[in-house]
Design a protein. Structure first.
Length: 450
């Protein structure tokens, strides 16, 4: 099936869904007072079943209040971080050429639309993240004596999540701190899930994944050049060039820089096809034969493209990114950008860098990496959901939190203001923050074209 055929099928399915929804609406089977109602383009399928379960879980009021306070702290930190990152992106966008500008689809964290989020793994992770996000809202709402009118499923062609319908009157009447605990509950749930799935991924990879060699992973071999002539292929690992070990890409670059064009050297690499480390004698080509620049005629060229991380570094990023040899911050960034670097989901020749051991080897290579990739995306998507919902933008959780935060600050600075004035001020404050966030989001897409 071609991509065009896939898009046409998807469009046909969405049109059929729209026609069915319109027909049901005209028959009054869908509406605000019905079991099924609208939530934007999606449908809310509501039920009161499960409300008793929320009451039973939420009766541990003290414990949930402590967790709610933790959620408020995490949400505040996340809000500051995500706004800071958006401001930094806005500055960086001024120096990005138009050809390198991000696409509009990259602004949406929707699987299949955002090019870096795979459809299958992304949908599973998104549904699980949204469902548990909403359930946490419901549990903490009941622990704070705020009513929940219904729970249910969000449906847009397929189930895309869940919702907890809180009692808006009781929510608005509640004191700011209990209300804030409820608003921050979903963010807390997503961050907690991100940590849990990251720990599971670490456990799975640390006990099962072994790199085939310590060297530079080959992502691509340029046809007709020395590496290809030496039978090097994507999935192999270069371990030594001209007597110099190459545990990192910089080591390989340094080793090549110590040579000259047309020099004959020994190239050692782990061959995935033979399952052993082999050594070939190769004559390095002039770099100018690839770049067509006369200034490169004396520089040596091997003819390979390496992965963003070596196999050893990639395994380390899965097991414990904060233990990176480049420092915890760089390690965390490496983990976050794995999808951008084409290293998540791990598939194709990239999985050839490793062999699987231990009990999970019984899943087979394909089965194991489906599990590992799923755990990664469950963690990554929950982190994305938590950070996104912390934005001070209505109608996100962060919007409600920022509004109450603005009212709280104003109350301390303007003690003569009554609740009506505080409400007007906080409403204006969150409106300004919402406009600012939208501007920062849009700016990174238009600035490179200015």
């Amino acid at each position: 099936m071609t991509p065009t055929e896939g898009y046409l099928i998807a469009l046909g399915v969405v049109l059929a869904y729209a026609i069915a929804v319109i027909a049901l609406y005209r028959r009054h089977w869908i509406g605000p007072d019905r079991t099924v109602s609208f939530f934007g383009p999606a449908l809310m399928i509501k039920t009161k079943r499960g409300l008793g379960w929320l009451d039973r879980i939420g009766r541990f009021r003290r414990a949930w209040s402590v967790l709610g306070d933790l959620g408020l702290i995490l949400a505040g930190v996340a809000m500051a971080v995500i706004v800071g990152l958006l401001a930094l992106d806005a500055i960086v966008a001024l120096s990005i050429p138009a050809s390198a500008a991000p696409q509009a689809s990259e602004a949406l964290g929707i699987p299949g639309i955002n090019p870096i989020i795979p459809l299958g793994y992304g949908i599973v992770a998104l549904v699980i993240g949204v469902v548990l996000h909403e359930l946490m809202h419901g549990v903490i709402a009941r622990s704070q004596k705020i009513g929940v009118k219904s729970v249910g499923v969000l449906w847009f062609v397929i189930p895309v999540g869940a919702f907890v319908e809180q009692d808006d009157v009781q929510m608005q009447a509640a004191h700011r701190r209990p209300r804030g605990r409820v608003a921050a509950a979903g963010i807390l749930a997503n961050f907690g899930l991100a940590v849990v799935f990251l720990l599971l991924l670490s456990l799975v990879v640390s006990t099962s994944v072994v790199p085939n060699a310590d060297g530079v992973g080959v992502a691509y071999v340029v046809p007709g050049f020395p590496a290809a002539n030496a039978s090097l292929a994507a999935g192999d690992i270069i371990t030594d060039l001209n007597g110099t070990a190459t545990p990192t890409w910089l080591d390989l670059v340094d080793a090549i820089n110590q040579t000259t064009a047309n020099q004959t050297v020994a190239l050692a690499f782990y061959s995935e096809s033979s399952g052993t480390t082999v050594t070939h004698t190769v004559t390095l080509a002039p770099l100018s034969s690839y770049t067509h620049l006369s200034s490169d005629k004396d520089k040596a060229f091997l003819g390979v493209a390496a992965t963003f991380l070596t196999p050893v570094q990639l395994r380390g990023a899965f097991v414990n990114p904060f233990a990176s040899s480049n420092g915890p911050l760089v390690g965390a960034i490496d983990w976050l950008v794995l999808p951008l670097a084409g290293l998540q989901p791990l598939q194709g020749s990239t999985v050839s860098f490793f062999h699987i051991v231990g009990p999970l080897s019984g899943l087979g290579t394909s089965g194991f990496w489906v599990l590992a990739n799923l755990l990664f995306w469950l963690s990554w998507m929950n982190l994305l959901l938590g950070m996104s919902n912390a934005l001070p933008l209505v109608p996100l959780d962060g919007g409600l939190l920022f509004r109450d935060f603005a009212a709280s600050v104003a109350h301390r600075l303007r003690r003569s203001w009554d609740e009506a004035k505080l409400d007007r001020f906080s409403g204006r404050a969150v409106a300004v923050s919402s406009v600012a966030v939208i501007f920062l989001l849009v700016w990174q897409f238009i600035a490179p074209h200015l």
